[in-house]
Write a protein that binds this ligand. Structure first.
Ligand SMILES: [Zn+2]
Length: 324
């Protein structure tokens, strides 16, 4: 038996990456590990540096948007801090789910049974399926659009088709110049694994243009340590468009023949090596262009390129040939 490598050895063996650009970073966290800031007027956002949640203070209580478990108890602390500073109620009366994923909803059960939970009807279906006590299903649902009017505050919810998840919604605050759209654009950063772990790539790629159709100045993306701007969304769109163009080039320029010659009786080995070659050829120019522009472009562009490539092949039928 060999002894396990020490933590130091493991860390030393991990790859190095390009420095994170200053423009990707947000405000410092407090001693409890969170930052709460004003988006506009009575709309606030909370971050732990990786995740984001938002809330509106109203004359009758607080409307919360998402409850990421990594922020957890600090959501309550942030609400208490703002409510006491402004002399308004800290009672959370409503919780709106952006989508069903546990990493954005898993602290929902910290709020009591009297909270009214609101979400898309598919979010309800998925939460009932997943049956996770940390994420009670919403009692109030909608199909395509719903305008919430809570204590004089207006919030427009819209479902515009599947993207990152089947149930991900647009949360527009028309009186606060803000849009909340989770897990699509990470302001200042490349998307994480396979396009932010997206289930529907055509929907994921189309989402930023839908977001930009709304009037807003402040973007709450659900991740990273700062809010976004319209320029952040446009830059993300350009990044995804560059991946698309580059991978289409790779799909028609890397010849599959030698891969099948080499692995004749093992087609999975050929496919694996071919996917790697397509991905590498597609990702390389995008990594070069965006390193220093989007944080972690060198970390994650290959993974997203692979997933976009599979969507271009399988959803769009590009470079798909019918045997004669
Ligand atoms: Zn998600």
């Amino acid at each position: 038996m060999t002894s396990p490598a020490s933590g130091t050895d493991t860390a030393a063996a991990l790859p190095d990456y390009a420095p994170v650009p200053r423009s990707a970073l947000g405000p410092a966290l407090n001693d409890q590990g969170y930052y709460v800031g004003r988006v506009e007027r009575n709309l606030y956002w909370v971050t732990d540096g990786s995740y984001q949640s938002a809330f509106l203070t109203t004359k009758d209580g607080v409307v919360l948007f998402d409850a990421p478990p990594s922020i957890g108890g600090n959501i309550r602390r942030a609400v208490d801090e703002i409510a006491s500073a402004n002399g308004v109620s800290n009672k959370v009366t409503h919780l709106v789910y952006s989508h069903h994923h546990a990493d954005h909803a898993g602290a929902s059960s910290l709020f009591d049974k009297n909270v009214i939970r609101i979400g898309h009807e598919e979010t309800k279906r998925l939460l009932l399926r997943d049956n996770d006590p940390a994420r009670p299903a919403p009692e109030e649902t909608f199909a395509d659009r719903r305008t919430l009017k809570i204590s004089g505050e207006r919030i427009e919810l819209a479902w515009r088709g599947p993207n990152h998840s089947p149930d991900n919604i647009y949360i527009h605050f028309p009186d606060h110049d803000a849009l909340m759209l989770i897990d699509i654009v990470n302001p200042g950063w490349a998307p994480i694994s396979i396009a932010n772990l997206s289930e529907d790539i055509p929907g994921y790629v189309a989402a930023p243009a839908i977001a930009l159709d709304y009037p807003w100045k402040h973007f709450i993306g659900g991740h990273v340590s700062r809010l976004g701007t319209r320029d952040d969304v446009t830059l993300h769109q350009q990044y995804m468009a560059d991946i698309d163009a580059s991978v289409r080039k790779a799909l028609v320029s890397v010849d599959p023949t030698p891969f099948f010659q080499k692995y004749g009786d093992n087609p999975w080995a050929a496919v694996s090596a071919l996917f790697d070659a397509w991905t590498e050829a597609g990702a390389a120019p995008v990594i070069e262009k965006y390193t220093g522009v989007l944080a972690a472009a060198d970390v994650y562009t290959r993974s997203t390129t692979f997933w976009v490539m599979e969507s271009i092949r399988l959803d769009l039928g590009f470079a798909s040939y019918v045997h004669p």
